[in-house]
Design a protein around this ligand. Sequence first.
Ligand code: SAH
Ligand code: F3S
Length: 440
Amino acid sequence: MPRVYVETYGCQMNVADTELILGLLGRDGYVPAEQPEGADVILVNTCAVRDHAERRVIGRVGELKRYKRPGDVLGVVGCMAQRLGTTLLESTPHVDLVVGPDGYRGLPELIAAARAGERTADVAFKGWEHYEDVDPARPGSGPSAFVTVQRGCDYRCTFCVVPMTRGPERSRKLEGVLREVEGLAANGVTEVTLLGQTVNSYHDGRFDFADLLRAVGGVAGVRRVRFTSPHPNDFSDRVIGAMAEVPAVCEHVHLPVQSGSSRVLRRMLRRYTREQYLDCVARLRRAVPGIALTTDIIVGFPGETEADFAETESLVREVGFDDAYTFKYSPRDGTAALKIRDHVPDGVAGERLERLIVTVRDVARRRNIRLVGSTHEVLVEKPARRGELLQTRTRTNKVVLLQGPAEWIGSYRMVRFTGTTGATFTATPVLAARELAVVG
Ligand code: SAH
Ligand code: F3S
């Protein structure tokens, strides 16, 4: 049986897309390989959001070339494939095929053609494509699974290449999502993460994201529902109401802000002001007590002044984010931000990024220290990287290290936090009230 190795870069949707690709090729008899050595087909599933991500992939594709035996196929798929298309075939002679996120259905034929010596690129958008009939292969996924509910993006943030690489926004039918989640639950999955570029704008023509949360949260066996990433403008009262009312929906939202300055936000075409973002945060906190908030922030966007940056830092303190992914602005071909003058020198952006990271860590550490001594339900995920410990996660998405037997993996436990590094926690198991009653 032919073997396929897929290496995945970028966001969670790419992880889910790789599972889709493995499922699709599995129908054609391909088995997944853990290593590039000996694989008949090597695919690199790529990210195009920042230049740095693309450079890494180019380097890696150069390395993977050496595993290619005669007749083997090396392909680049995903957002960078979509962005560069045939240019990538021309610039990298060892690449046989280039396929964008809407073209995976054609992979078996394209691989067969590549075997026969043909080099092709498929970067056509298919605004209807959901791969609804494909069962994603989720090798060893354990208790947690990603479920893509929406593809593409109809926003046009001026820094962002995603609308150009993933095409127009489209939502899967609620029934299709539900069928998939029921299947997962029947196979022991208890935690589901719904994926979309602006996932809370989900609308299948009949049902919105509030309906989806209620439906998925109502599936027997599903104990935790997460979603990523929402857009602040798409948190309707209906959606926030569903979050508050559906017990399975976790108390954590990753809510990209990008900047704390309304002036910069306008140039980014984020479609909200600092005040509107803060209002969204207040509505979420009112509806879901104890909710944890994380975010994405870009520094050095064209025209960002020291005063703008100070507003970003003050927003981080005002919201009190539990964590943040911080990025230096990376100019992308074809995006509107390229036309904005007032480029921020790299040294200045780099220095702002360093200061921001310190602020984010400080804010997170203060919040986390206050949590020491509190009790939480954790899902035991896997052995921790160091020592005998297990890696677990709270509903608020905090990583907690716990001593316990490997048999606990996949189960839910009550624990009390005993300490924090500032980012992660240590904990000891405690008996839940119910168990205490039995013991007593
Ligand atoms: N809506 C998507 C965003 C995908 S990009 C989602 O959250 O699922 C993920 C993050 O990368 C963005 O939130 C942004 O902070 C960052 N990013 C996007 N384009 C960028 C660029 N040109 N330079 C730097 N960071 C960027
Ligand atoms: Fe990108 Fe903005 Fe869409 S960040 S993915 S254009 S919401």
